[in-house]
Design a protein around this ligand. Structure first.
Ligand SMILES: *Cc1c(COP(=O)(O)O)cnc(C)c1O
Length: 454
């Protein structure tokens, strides 16, 4: 506790290198971590944080790092956002827990009302609250199965839905998420994703959204039988898979197919939701109205909370006691969510996401002109990424992604590597980042690409 400092928007907004990164105090903590924390819990950048806010992470050695990760798209409203801290603090002093399933409280109901109002679709909705994104996805599948009385679930290539037993089965990537952890949950089927950049490399043409959707429908009709499918589960923009934005028309065609066949369409907005893409929910980009939406990450400014929201008649297919959990919709987490939602709706954050996105695309396009290894720049709003490849063969180049991220980290910029092939740099700054910090971060990234090319 004694190492903590005051964070939030008041933290000086400048990149500052006091020691190497990680510095001596972080390195000491790193040895303690290795002797105490299970090795399965990986760490991207072992700089131990004592305060954060705006666009800055301050570490225990006094270094100030520019945050292009937001704790994986979580602190979208900014670390220790004032509205979040105020509401959560008030709640902590009132009561910390009752279990909503034992004695309810207003905050939970208010978050449900807000989710029902904000998620796409003007139909009657209900929400249920949980702790993590994985838990929300698991519950969405339970709800879809209870409603349809069917078993099969369709997920996609490059998908990421979590690390619990069912969600790791729904996740595409074997290493590190699934290998060695079997048996995996059954009745999960994998469909081909619309991946415009790689479709173009493979077929010499960007497969249209409609054609990519046809591949999926044929797979379902021939390999599963539509009448056996409870749910189609998809991220409207894939997160861990590499910020893959499907071709236009892909999502609407799948929604239409799901509706026609009595299949519950679930949009996993855990990473793309809550203002991140320049709309409140990424599904809005193509005007789709999912039957169920799962949310988490950006929902509560950093406190653990997740939700399933959707059509009342589907949500209410589960009888009382079938959904819930001891901590789901914890009072402090829902108070924080109300603060965060207030920030999204009143502080111009959704528009800010679009402006940040334009800056990122602009900067990366300039860097690309000198570095043809940047094969693709893609994303929406403040959810942008670049895919790095061999300039001649277009083969994935994960070592370049790592070299750039390592150089950036040493120079005080946190950028996360992702993607099925480990060759994608993703940019997820908090929407509270200043234009100056953003410009500084991309100066460092430009230098990182120049350095790596030497
Ligand atoms: C992170 C993520 C999850 C899992 O969320 P956790 O809170 O880590 O369990 C599920 N779906 C998507 C799209 C995610 O990005």
């Amino acid at each position: 506790m004694t190492t903590l400092e005051k964070g939030g928007a008041g933290l000086p907004q400048e990149r500052k290198l006091v020691t190497e990164i990680p510095g001596p105090k972080s390195q000491e903590l790193e040895s303690r971590r290795k002797a105490s924390v299970a090795g399965g819990v990986g760490v991207s950048l072992p700089a131990y944080i004592v305060a954060a806010g705006g666009g800055i992470l301050k570490d225990i050695d006094g270094n100030q790092i520019i945050d292009l990760g937001s704790g994986i798209a979580v602190t979208t409203v900014g670390n220790s956002n004032e509205r979040v801290v105020e509401r959560a603090t008030e709640q902590l002093g009132a009561f910390t827990h009752t279990c909503f399933m034992v004695n309810p409280y207003e905050g939970y109901v208010e978050v449900a009302e807000a989710l029902n109002r904000l998620t796409p679709g003007s139909f009657e909705k209900r929400s249920a609250l949980f702790n993590s994104g994985a838990e929300a996805v698991e519950n969405a599948i339970k709800i879809a199965r209870a409603h349809t009385k069917r078993n099969a679930v369709v997920a996609f290539d490059h998908a990421y839905h979590g690390r619990t037993n069912l969600t790791m089965a729904l996740t595409a990537k074997a290493h590190p998420y699934k290998a060695g952890f079997g048996p995996l949950a059954g009745e999960v089927y994998r469909a081909p994703m619309s991946y415009p950049y790689r479709d173009n490399l493979t077929y010499g043409t960007k497969v249209s959204g409609e054609d990519a959707a046809k591949r999926v429908m044929t797979m379902i009709d021939k390999q599963i039988g539509a009448e056996n499918v409870a749910a189609i589960l998809i991220e409207p923009i894939q997160g861990e898979g590499g910020f893959i934005v499907p071709a236009e028309g892909f999502l609407p065609a799948l929604v239409e197919y799901a509706n026609k066949n009595g299949i519950v369409f679930i949009s996993d907005e855990v990473q793309a939701g809550f203002g991140r893409t320049g709309k409140m929910f990424a599904s809005e980009w193509e005007g789709i109205e999912p039957d169920l939406v799962t949310t988490a990450k950006g929902i509560a400014g950093g406190l653990p909370l997740s939700a399933v929201t959707g059509r009342a008649e589907i949500m209410d297919a589960v009888g009382a006691g079938g959904l819930g959990g001891t901590y789901g919709g914890n009072p402090t987490a829902v108070a924080a969510a109300l603060g965060a939602i207030e920030a999204y709706e009143n502080d111009g954050l959704v528009e800010r996401a679009s402006a940040i996105g334009e800056t990122i695309v602009d900067r990366m396009t300039k860097i690309q002109s000198a570095h043809p290894e940047i094969g693709d720049i893609r994303g929406r709003g403040a959810m942008q990424a670049v895919e790095l490849v061999d300039a001649e063969t277009s083969e994935p180049k994960p070592e370049l992604a790592k070299a750039v991220a390592d150089y950036a980290a040493k120079n005080g910029v946190l950028v996360l590597v992702t993607g099925t092939f480990g060759n994608v740099l993703r940019f997820l700054p908090p929407l509270s980042i200043s234009d100056e910090l953003l410009a500084d971060a991309f100066d460092v990234l430009e230098a990182a690409f120049d350095e790596a090319a030497k």
